[in-house]
Ligand binder design. Structure first.
Ligand SMILES: [Zn+2]
Length: 223
């Protein structure tokens, strides 16, 4: 697995180690408070399609589920408990993004629209982007009813079981959407860790419901 858990309880994508101007991490339930509160931009997450360009520190004033920035020193952060945290970096333009991607976000194609928005805002070419998908609910645990499953016909056209209760692989769905947006699979790192299966390491809304905490993931270009 190309992710390692560091001494602070944060997963780092090893395939990004060579980017010495970048800092990033996927928090766990062991890493409470690992992201600094200052110099960071945060959102009021609403499982929607809004992508916010952060120009400076801000705390949950805006509603949205994806943050992008090219500001040096500024963290963009998101919170998850089963939804997929997806981080992006543009190696050429030195721009970054943090995306909160649950099944609603996947249905809305949020990861792919973030790629397009980075193109509009920063001139990012999809071929120069790297993405990393952190821990989230796995296909082992993500059972859904037909009302949710049927929303995934476009992304899983080969499946004949989306009209009934079944399981979904959100990570695979994001991979396919990113591929369509021009980000090759080989440039997407995946943790492949299920938050519901591992209660010691991860918060999980499906497992713990209203008692579930949230894990913080973030990324920034260093000063
Ligand atoms: Zn699982």
């Amino acid at each position: 697995m190309p992710f390692r858990l560091d001494e602070r309880g944060v997963y780092r994508c090893e395939e990004w180690d060579h980017l010495d101007w970048l800092e990033h991490g996927f928090g766990t339930r062991l890493s409470e408070g690992w992201l600094p509160e200052g110099e960071s931009a945060d959102l009021k997450q609403v499982h929607g399609a809004a992508i916010i360009r952060a120009g400076g520190p801000a705390s949950r004033f805006c509603e949205g589920d994806a943050l992008i920035t090219d500001c040096q020193g500024l963290w963009v952060r998101i919170r998850t408990a089963d939804c997929l945290p997806v981080l992006f970096v543009d190696e050429r333009r030195r721009a970054v993004a943090a995306v909160h991607c649950g099944w609603r976000g996947v249905r809305l194609g949020l990861a792919a629209t973030t790629v397009r928005r980075m193109g509009e805002e920063f001139g990012s070419a999809p071929a120069h982007l790297l993405a990393a998908i952190g821990p989230g609910i796995g296909p082992c645990c993500f059972a859904v009813g037909p009302e949710v499953a049927s929303e995934f016909r476009e992304v899983f056209p080969e499946r004949g079981d989306l009209d009934r209760t079944t399981t979904l692989n959100l990570e695979e769905a994001v991979l396919r959407q990113l591929e369509q947006a021009g980000v090759a699979r080989t440039r997407v790192s995946r943790a492949g860790l299920c938050t519901r299966c591992d209660g010691e390491r991860f918060h999980s809304f499906r497992r713990d419901r209203e008692f579930a905490g949230r894990m913080e993931s973030g990324i920034r270009v260093k000063r």
